[in-house]
Design a protein around this ligand. Structure first.
Ligand SMILES: [Zn+2]
Length: 84
């Protein structure tokens, strides 16, 4: 008779729920290339950020710029690469 380990299904549901300080917010943006709506996660622990995120649909790099004011995303801009 082999020893049976209980998998404990259902006990790990709350694993990632330790959101004492929420430093990530979800936003929907439109891809400047294909116009598809994509969801991005913004890290609001920094006052301002600028980075590239690849579109999930067309895989082209989208420049994402945003500023954080009082723990909220104040300005969010998306641009196509090379566009100023
Ligand atoms: Zn796209």
């Amino acid at each position: 008779m082999p020893t049976r380990f209980r998998l404990g299904l259902g006990t790990h549901n709350a694993c990632n729920r330790e959101d004492t300080a929420v430093l990530n917010v979800e936003r929907n943006i439109l891809c400047p290339y294909c116009g598809e709506k994509i969801e991005i996660i913004l890290d609001i622990s920094a006052p301002a950020q600028e980075y590239f995120e690849d579109c999930f649909v067309c895989c082209r790099p989208i420049l994402i710029c945003y500023q954080v004011d009082f723990g909220e995303v104040a300005e969010l801009e998306t641009r196509a690469e090379g566009e100023i």
